[in-house]
Design a protein around this ligand. Sequence first.
Ligand SMILES: [Cu+2]
Length: 216
Amino acid sequence: MLRKFAALTSAIAACALAACAGGAGQGQSAAALPAMQRSFPVGEDLVADVNLPKNTAGEELPEEGVGTQKNATWGKIGGFTQTAYAQVLAFPPGTKLTVRNLSKDTQHTFDIVAEAGKAPAHFPSKGPSINASGGSIGQVGYASGPINPGKSVTLTLSKPGTYLIECAFHYGEGMQDVLIVEKGAKPGPEGTPSPKPKATDPSATPTPSAPPSSGW
Ligand SMILES: [Cu+2]
């Protein structure tokens, strides 16, 4: 597992050195890793790859790699990203948002449970709906219903606002986040990735421990 991870890390580093362009990937060689890709070990010998396109959010258990964040404004958030690691989500109004379950074997939901109100976030103590509701409009009361591993749902973020979102299965395990819908919205800074590989493979060339985020 470690060797595989090290190899991927090297690949990412090589990509960064070669100044791989991010985004559309047009004209990019198939072997090049897109800039927004992250790879991390998720089990004994599993490596999950993430490459989130535009207008897409990903979700998974924090320990599967997306991690959590102690956000300076909102407090502890985690389990959701639109980049690679846990962050406050933000999209402009009108976005047709795709929410993808990044897990290999765990169902999740995407629920918009409340308006955020004043920071920090106060997530409701009551668990959100496991069943789908609210059609495909991204407003309070929207519940995706169970999303199978690797699958996605789409919803339209029409109403500006700041919302609290949760996974109905794992809100108690850190899948709680803030979703900002406003003009010119930018996602929040990313949290610390987890888990981090601790040991280094002696056969691997030591790579600088710069986070895989260098350059993106
Ligand atoms: Cu979940």
